[in-house]
Ligand binder design. Sequence first.
Ligand SMILES: [Zn+2]
Length: 256
Amino acid sequence: MAAWPRSAGDEWSSPVTTPSWIGWRLAVRAASVVTLAAVVAGATHAAEKPAGVPAAAETAVHTADEVLARLIEGNDRFMDGETTHMNQPALRRTEVAKTQMPFATILCCDDSRVPPEVVFDRGLGDLFVVRTAGHVVDDAVLGSLEFGARELHIPLLVVMGHERCSTVKTVRELVTRGGQTPAEMARVVKSVRPAIVKTRHAKGDALDAAVRAHVELTVERLRKTPSLAGLVAQGRLKIVGARYDLDTGGVEVIVP
Ligand SMILES: [Zn+2]
Protein backbone atom coordinates (compact mmCIF):
# COMPACT_ATOMS: atom_id res chain seq x y z
CA MET A 1 0.00 0.00 0.00
CA ALA A 2 1.42 3.33 -1.04
CA ALA A 3 2.24 5.71 1.77
CA TRP A 4 0.35 8.99 1.89
CA PRO A 5 0.93 11.54 0.43
CA ARG A 6 1.49 10.23 -3.08
CA SER A 7 3.34 13.27 -4.30
CA ALA A 8 6.85 14.30 -5.17
CA GLY A 9 8.90 16.79 -3.23
CA ASP A 10 9.35 17.61 0.40
CA GLU A 11 5.88 18.50 1.66
CA TRP A 12 7.11 19.54 5.06
CA SER A 13 9.73 22.06 4.01
CA SER A 14 7.48 24.39 2.06
CA PRO A 15 6.68 27.69 3.75
CA VAL A 16 3.19 27.96 5.14
CA THR A 17 1.58 31.31 5.67
CA THR A 18 -1.42 32.15 7.78
CA PRO A 19 -3.45 34.88 6.09
CA SER A 20 -5.85 37.06 7.95
CA TRP A 21 -9.05 35.03 8.14
CA ILE A 22 -11.05 37.67 9.87
CA GLY A 23 -11.28 40.03 6.92
CA TRP A 24 -11.81 37.11 4.61
CA ARG A 25 -14.68 35.74 6.66
CA LEU A 26 -16.36 39.10 6.83
CA ALA A 27 -16.00 39.42 3.06
CA VAL A 28 -17.61 36.02 2.55
CA ARG A 29 -20.46 36.89 4.85
CA ALA A 30 -21.01 40.22 3.10
CA ALA A 31 -20.96 38.56 -0.32
CA SER A 32 -23.38 35.93 0.90
CA VAL A 33 -25.81 38.53 2.11
CA VAL A 34 -25.62 40.42 -1.17
CA THR A 35 -26.15 37.25 -3.17
CA LEU A 36 -29.13 36.15 -1.18
CA ALA A 37 -30.65 39.60 -1.33
CA ALA A 38 -30.18 39.86 -5.07
CA VAL A 39 -31.30 36.37 -6.03
CA VAL A 40 -34.07 35.85 -3.56
CA ALA A 41 -35.50 39.26 -2.90
CA GLY A 42 -37.62 39.13 0.17
CA ALA A 43 -36.71 35.55 0.87
CA THR A 44 -36.82 34.32 4.42
CA HIS A 45 -33.41 34.36 6.05
CA ALA A 46 -32.34 30.95 7.28
CA ALA A 47 -32.02 32.19 10.85
CA GLU A 48 -35.67 33.23 10.80
CA LYS A 49 -36.97 29.86 9.71
CA PRO A 50 -38.73 27.59 12.18
CA ALA A 51 -36.81 24.71 13.70
CA GLY A 52 -36.29 21.62 11.60
CA VAL A 53 -36.84 23.25 8.23
CA PRO A 54 -36.06 21.45 4.99
CA ALA A 55 -33.52 23.12 2.74
CA ALA A 56 -35.86 22.98 -0.26
CA ALA A 57 -36.43 26.71 0.13
CA GLU A 58 -32.72 27.41 -0.12
CA THR A 59 -31.07 28.51 -3.31
CA ALA A 60 -28.74 25.89 -4.77
CA VAL A 61 -25.02 26.21 -4.18
CA HIS A 62 -22.63 25.16 -6.90
CA THR A 63 -19.23 26.77 -6.46
CA ALA A 64 -16.79 26.22 -3.63
CA ASP A 65 -17.16 29.83 -2.51
CA GLU A 66 -20.95 29.52 -2.42
CA VAL A 67 -20.63 26.34 -0.40
CA LEU A 68 -18.25 27.98 2.04
CA ALA A 69 -20.61 30.90 2.46
CA ARG A 70 -23.41 28.47 3.26
CA LEU A 71 -21.29 26.75 5.88
CA ILE A 72 -20.42 30.10 7.44
CA GLU A 73 -24.11 31.02 7.52
CA GLY A 74 -24.88 27.83 9.40
CA ASN A 75 -21.99 28.38 11.78
CA ASP A 76 -23.22 31.90 12.44
CA ARG A 77 -26.61 30.48 13.41
CA PHE A 78 -24.90 27.97 15.69
CA MET A 79 -22.75 30.66 17.33
CA ASP A 80 -25.75 32.91 17.85
CA GLY A 81 -27.89 30.14 19.35
CA GLU A 82 -30.28 30.37 16.39
CA THR A 83 -29.91 26.91 14.92
CA THR A 84 -32.68 25.80 12.58
CA HIS A 85 -31.76 22.09 12.49
CA MET A 86 -31.66 22.47 8.74
CA ASN A 87 -32.58 19.36 6.76
CA GLN A 88 -33.31 17.24 9.79
CA PRO A 89 -37.11 16.71 9.51
CA ALA A 90 -38.50 13.33 8.46
CA LEU A 91 -39.35 14.83 5.06
CA ARG A 92 -35.68 15.28 4.36
CA ARG A 93 -35.05 11.62 5.14
CA THR A 94 -37.43 10.73 2.35
CA GLU A 95 -35.83 13.23 -0.02
CA VAL A 96 -32.36 11.74 0.27
CA ALA A 97 -33.27 8.09 0.77
CA LYS A 98 -32.55 7.19 -2.86
CA THR A 99 -29.50 9.36 -3.52
CA GLN A 100 -27.18 11.86 -1.93
CA MET A 101 -25.77 15.15 -3.14
CA PRO A 102 -23.73 16.55 -0.22
CA PHE A 103 -22.31 19.98 -0.97
CA ALA A 104 -19.24 19.99 1.29
CA THR A 105 -16.64 17.53 2.50
CA ILE A 106 -15.44 18.03 6.07
CA LEU A 107 -12.26 16.34 7.28
CA CYS A 108 -12.01 16.89 10.99
CA CYS A 109 -11.01 15.45 14.35
CA ASP A 110 -13.21 12.82 15.95
CA ASP A 111 -13.41 14.89 19.14
CA SER A 112 -16.89 14.53 20.66
CA ARG A 113 -17.24 18.31 20.89
CA VAL A 114 -16.80 18.98 17.18
CA PRO A 115 -19.66 17.35 15.23
CA PRO A 116 -19.73 19.09 11.82
CA GLU A 117 -23.50 18.80 11.28
CA VAL A 118 -24.10 20.57 14.58
CA VAL A 119 -21.35 23.16 14.15
CA PHE A 120 -22.64 24.13 10.69
CA ASP A 121 -26.35 23.63 11.51
CA ARG A 122 -26.91 21.15 8.69
CA GLY A 123 -28.73 17.85 8.36
CA LEU A 124 -29.27 14.74 6.29
CA GLY A 125 -27.52 14.61 2.94
CA ASP A 126 -25.66 17.91 3.37
CA LEU A 127 -22.14 17.07 4.50
CA PHE A 128 -19.72 14.32 3.52
CA VAL A 129 -17.82 13.89 6.78
CA VAL A 130 -14.54 12.06 7.39
CA ARG A 131 -13.29 12.03 10.98
CA THR A 132 -10.14 10.65 12.57
CA ALA A 133 -8.12 11.52 15.66
CA GLY A 134 -6.41 14.80 14.86
CA HIS A 135 -7.82 14.64 11.30
CA VAL A 136 -4.93 12.34 10.46
CA VAL A 137 -4.91 11.24 6.82
CA ASP A 138 -4.07 7.71 5.75
CA ASP A 139 -4.85 5.88 2.53
CA ALA A 140 -8.40 5.05 3.57
CA VAL A 141 -9.11 8.67 4.46
CA LEU A 142 -7.53 9.90 1.25
CA GLY A 143 -9.65 7.44 -0.71
CA SER A 144 -12.75 8.80 1.00
CA LEU A 145 -11.79 12.37 0.16
CA GLU A 146 -11.16 11.38 -3.44
CA PHE A 147 -14.52 9.62 -3.59
CA GLY A 148 -16.29 12.73 -2.39
CA ALA A 149 -14.60 14.93 -4.94
CA ARG A 150 -14.69 12.61 -7.95
CA GLU A 151 -17.84 10.55 -7.54
CA LEU A 152 -20.04 12.93 -5.58
CA HIS A 153 -18.65 16.04 -7.31
CA ILE A 154 -18.30 17.94 -4.06
CA PRO A 155 -16.58 21.26 -4.85
CA LEU A 156 -15.24 22.09 -1.37
CA LEU A 157 -13.08 20.19 1.11
CA VAL A 158 -12.65 21.74 4.55
CA VAL A 159 -9.86 20.49 6.81
CA MET A 160 -11.01 21.51 10.27
CA GLY A 161 -8.85 21.36 13.37
CA HIS A 162 -10.00 22.62 16.71
CA GLU A 163 -8.97 24.38 19.89
CA ARG A 164 -7.38 22.25 22.65
CA CYS A 165 -7.18 19.17 20.45
CA SER A 166 -6.42 16.22 22.71
CA THR A 167 -4.71 14.35 19.91
CA VAL A 168 -2.34 17.19 19.07
CA LYS A 169 -1.73 17.72 22.78
CA THR A 170 -0.84 14.05 23.29
CA VAL A 171 1.50 13.97 20.31
CA ARG A 172 3.12 17.18 21.45
CA GLU A 173 3.81 15.65 24.85
CA LEU A 174 5.20 12.49 23.27
CA VAL A 175 7.48 14.38 20.90
CA THR A 176 8.63 16.80 23.57
CA ARG A 177 9.33 14.04 26.06
CA GLY A 178 11.09 11.85 23.51
CA GLY A 179 11.63 8.14 23.89
CA GLN A 180 9.49 5.28 22.66
CA THR A 181 6.21 6.00 20.88
CA PRO A 182 3.39 3.58 21.73
CA ALA A 183 2.76 1.35 18.73
CA GLU A 184 -0.92 2.21 18.59
CA MET A 185 -0.02 5.90 18.33
CA ALA A 186 2.68 5.53 15.67
CA ARG A 187 0.62 6.63 12.67
CA VAL A 188 -0.94 9.53 14.49
CA VAL A 189 2.39 10.71 15.85
CA LYS A 190 4.00 10.49 12.41
CA SER A 191 1.24 12.60 10.93
CA VAL A 192 1.13 15.30 13.60
CA ARG A 193 4.84 15.47 14.44
CA PRO A 194 5.74 17.94 11.64
CA ALA A 195 3.35 20.50 13.12
CA ILE A 196 4.88 20.00 16.55
CA VAL A 197 8.38 20.45 15.19
CA LYS A 198 7.38 23.50 13.16
CA THR A 199 5.94 25.26 16.21
CA ARG A 200 8.32 24.05 18.93
CA HIS A 201 9.63 27.58 19.46
CA ALA A 202 6.25 29.27 19.13
CA LYS A 203 5.50 31.98 21.64
CA GLY A 204 2.21 32.11 23.51
CA ASP A 205 -0.19 29.18 23.21
CA ALA A 206 2.11 26.53 21.76
CA LEU A 207 -0.66 23.92 21.56
CA ASP A 208 -2.87 26.22 19.53
CA ALA A 209 0.04 27.09 17.28
CA ALA A 210 0.52 23.37 16.68
CA VAL A 211 -3.19 22.89 15.96
CA ARG A 212 -3.09 25.65 13.37
CA ALA A 213 0.14 24.39 11.83
CA HIS A 214 -1.30 20.87 11.59
CA VAL A 215 -4.28 22.20 9.65
CA GLU A 216 -2.02 24.24 7.36
CA LEU A 217 0.32 21.32 6.68
CA THR A 218 -2.59 18.93 6.06
CA VAL A 219 -4.13 21.32 3.54
CA GLU A 220 -0.77 21.77 1.89
CA ARG A 221 -0.23 18.02 1.59
CA LEU A 222 -3.72 17.39 0.24
CA ARG A 223 -3.31 20.12 -2.35
CA LYS A 224 -0.10 18.39 -3.49
CA THR A 225 -1.59 14.92 -3.59
CA PRO A 226 -1.81 14.18 -7.33
CA SER A 227 -5.33 12.76 -7.33
CA LEU A 228 -6.70 15.89 -5.67
CA ALA A 229 -4.25 18.36 -7.18
CA GLY A 230 -5.63 17.56 -10.62
CA LEU A 231 -9.15 18.43 -9.53
CA VAL A 232 -7.91 21.62 -7.90
CA ALA A 233 -6.08 22.60 -11.08
CA GLN A 234 -9.27 22.01 -13.09
CA GLY A 235 -11.26 24.22 -10.75
CA ARG A 236 -13.42 21.29 -9.67
CA LEU A 237 -12.22 21.28 -6.07
CA LYS A 238 -11.15 23.84 -3.50
CA ILE A 239 -9.36 22.79 -0.32
CA VAL A 240 -9.36 25.14 2.66
CA GLY A 241 -8.29 24.89 6.29
CA ALA A 242 -10.27 25.94 9.34
CA ARG A 243 -10.09 25.96 13.13
CA TYR A 244 -13.06 25.42 15.40
CA ASP A 245 -13.13 27.39 18.66
CA LEU A 246 -14.55 25.34 21.51
CA ASP A 247 -15.36 28.44 23.54
CA THR A 248 -17.21 30.53 20.97
CA GLY A 249 -18.43 27.84 18.58
CA GLY A 250 -16.93 29.82 15.73
CA VAL A 251 -15.12 28.36 12.75
CA GLU A 252 -12.16 30.40 11.53
CA VAL A 253 -10.96 29.89 7.98
CA ILE A 254 -7.20 29.96 8.52
CA VAL A 255 -6.16 28.63 5.09
CA PRO A 256 -8.43 30.20 2.42
ZN1 LIG B 1 -8.98 16.85 18.30
